[in-house]
Design a protein around this ligand. Structure first.
Ligand SMILES: [Zn+2]
Length: 184
């Protein structure tokens, strides 16, 4: 699912809270639920991987973030957000899983094939966990696979054109909802 839709859901969920930490957590978990809905953009990932991966990924990311920026700028001209920092925390939480996913996808080709050797080193579980986290990106790796597993949990895909229409309609609906429910 595109970041714009995740961000919009993260913002809308802040109607339930004025606490930035809760907004962040609500936004964060909404990401995985939203990703489970078939949304037809898997082809974009395949296209990015074919060639010029970094350039294509940067292009898609810029386009996605631009739509997100236009979404919130145009909203901010129409309404006053009751708690802008809470909205920002919700939006950030809702986008974070894809940032973690993308970041790991970007760096994993540079990771050392020697990584498993740390598991055999001395030290208690805390030391080992710290080493694995810092040097082997253990947590990022786990998150990468969990995110992907959740994404394909329902095992039902829709075509790219349908997915684009669905995501555009969803974004429109989220715009309308935010306009109506999130203003002061
Ligand atoms: Zn995602």
């Amino acid at each position: 699912m595109f970041l714009s839709n995740h961000a919009a859901v993260g913002a809308l969920l802040t109607v339930h809270t004025d606490n930035p930490a809760s907004a962040f957590v609500l936004g964060y978990f909404s990401h995985y639920l939203l990703d489970m809905i078939p949304h037809g953009d898997e082809k974009v990932g395949t296209w990015m991987k074919e060639k010029h991966t970094n350039l294509r990924s940067a292009g898609v990311l810029m386009a996605d973030l631009s739509i997100t920026a236009i979404f919130f700028l145009s909203l901010s001209w129409k309404i006053d957000f009751p708690h802008p920092y809470v909205v920002a925390a919700g939006v950030f939480g809702a986008m974070l899983p894809d940032f973690l996913y993308g970041f790991y996808d970007l760096i994993r080709k540079y990771l050392s094939p020697e990584k498993k050797k740390h598991y055999r080193e001395k030290g208690g579980w805390l030391i080992k966990l710290a080493k694995r986290t810092l040097w082997d990106n253990f947590l990022l790796e786990r998150h990468f696979y969990i995110h992907r597993k959740i994404h394909f949990a329902l095992g039902y895909n829709i075509s790219f054109p349908r997915g684009m229409i669905f995501q555009a309609v969803l974004l429109g609906f989220l715009y309308w909802s935010t306009l109506n429910y999130l203003s002061v």
